[in-house]
Design a protein around this ligand. Structure first.
Ligand SMILES: NC(=O)c1ccc[n+]([C@@H]2O[C@H](COP(=O)([O-])OP(=O)(O)OC[C@H]3O[C@@H](n4cnc5c(N)ncnc54)[C@H](OP(=O)(O)O)[C@@H]3O)[C@@H](O)[C@H]2O)c1
Length: 206
């Protein structure tokens, strides 16, 4: 299958490495359209296709791997993308400039937003799945199957079919998928910083 990734930083590259190693085709993009993904194609392998943001956003599964403060701009670069046709994997964490503070999620007494609910608002109609936001890129880029077990990837989202689709991709790569349910509950557990599962790196024993 083909996966579009927007963002060629530490997180986007780590996922591209594992998806390509599992035999997937990855359309990798950043704001330089597509100069730096072309450089990465040599190191990551022939399954990596340098792409524009709009091309990456054209795939059935689109991974958002850009900093929180650049999300709107990156989504806008996807142009007239029909998000209703897409599963969007949200890897982002709501961190402000230099990752030094938590971005304002406009929490009020009556509204308590989970960060992926805010991201969902940027991609109207997309089936959004929160995943890959709790582990360091070096851990994600490493072989998911270790002698002690498979690395656990948490995911959550409001569309069970999309959660299942992403779980199948995760399992195909070799990780162990753990579906935490809807964003309001599971997404909150995964949210970084603050979520109870946010810094856990777990292995599922064989
Ligand atoms: N690093 C971690 O430990 C970690 C762990 C879990 C989750 N995350 C989350 O993953 C996301 C990415 O983090 P990162 O560490 O990979 O960041 P990073 O290394 O700073 O890379 C950010 C990437 O986003 C791209 N980008 C920025 N603005 C863009 C735009 N308008 N259009 C297209 N691409 C754009 C950049 O491309 P250009 O250089 O072309 O601008 C760059 O490739 C963040 O939301 C972060 O919270 C990070």
């Amino acid at each position: 299958m083909r996966v579009g990734i927007i963002g060629t930083g530490a997180l986007g590259q780590a996922l591209a490495v594992r998806f390509v190693a599992a035999g997937e085709t990855v359309l990798l993009s950043d704001s330089r359209n597509p100069r730096s993904p072309r450089d990465l194609a040599d190191t990551i392998g022939p399954g990596l296709v340098p792409a524009t943001v709009a091309e990456a956003a054209g795939e059935e599964i689109v991974v958002l791997a850009v900093p929180w403060r650049q999300l709107s701009e990156a989504v806008a670069a996807a142009g007239t993308c029909d998000w209703q046709e897409r599963i969007v994997i949200d890897t982002t964490n709501p961190l402000g400039p230099l990752d030094l503070h938590v971005a304002d999620l406009h929490v009020t007494e009556s509204q308590d937003h989970q960060s992926s609910e805010v991201v969902a608002g940027l991609v109207p109609g997309a089936r959004l799945v929160k995943a890959f936001n709790t582990l360091a890129p070096a851990i994600l880029a490493a072989e998911p199957r270790t002698p002690a077990g498979r690395r656990v990837i948490f995911l959550s989202g409001n569309h069970p079919g999309a959660n299942d689709r992403v779980a199948r991709l995760v399992e195909h790569v070799g990780w162990a998928a753990v579906d935490l349910g809807r964003l309001a509950a599971g997404g909150r557990l995964q949210q970084f910083p603050g979520g109870q599962l946010a810094t856990l790196s777990l292995l599922l024993q064989p």
